[in-house]
Design a protein around this ligand. Sequence first.
Ligand SMILES: [Zn+2]
Ligand SMILES: [Zn+2]
Length: 280
Amino acid sequence: MSLIGAHVSVAGGLWKAIERGESLGCEAIQIFTKNQLQWLAPPVSESVASRFMAAWGRSTIKKVVAHASYLLNLASETEKREKSIAALAEEIARCEALGIEDLVLHPGSHLGRGLEYGREQAAEGLARALERTAGMRTRVLLETMSGQGYSVGSTIEDLAWILERVGDPSRVGVCLDTCHLFGGGYELRGRSSYDRFVRAVEKHIGLGNVGCWHLNDSTAEMGSHIDRHQHLGEGFIGLELFSRIVTDPRWEETPCLLETPKGLPGDSGNLALLRKLRGR
Ligand SMILES: [Zn+2]
Ligand SMILES: [Zn+2]
């Protein structure tokens, strides 16, 4: 069975996210392990880590996925790139301390220097962050992008290209975001389109390397390269795709996480819908 859940806030302490997720009935959650708008944070203390893991262990939440800061950009050579590599290594270490196995990362922006250049920079930067955290288990999941602006990673082939160049395959994977894929030009509506897409993922990435899905509808049309999330069934994608994903045995134990807007019907409404689509 897929693991249904949502991105939840860590306000008031990391362990609070577990309580929030549980009260929403989540089977998996996504969190920021620190303020996502700041570069640095003090390391996770032992007391915070043990409180977090104890709350998690007592809860009905099976998996926790972290999302890296939006500030990070590995794909272009600016003074921020070195800072990004260091910050990514720190985020990996935070996850490791918290027992979190997967960290979602946006591959970055090439800032006008071209996709090929961006891919190379992203691959090299990622490899360096993984080297700095050698021996740790946390995987970095590259998220599919809508292709807005200069972003890198809007095709499965681009992500596969980056993953192939990173030394240790056990430390990397992907996060499939439905809104971003659709904006990037993937038709996901209809049984045959969905199956064609999953076959492409299987061929280029491998299904075992899909660490999670982000389930978001889209306010923009297919191929628009616009990244604007919408409540499930209220955008151009429609409910059918979400129903397919959460009932697909290929996504057994795979977190399917909402990043939908905070307004009504809210996380609880969207989660109720997903449970209904899944049939339990
Ligand atoms: Zn996402
Ligand atoms: Zn997005």
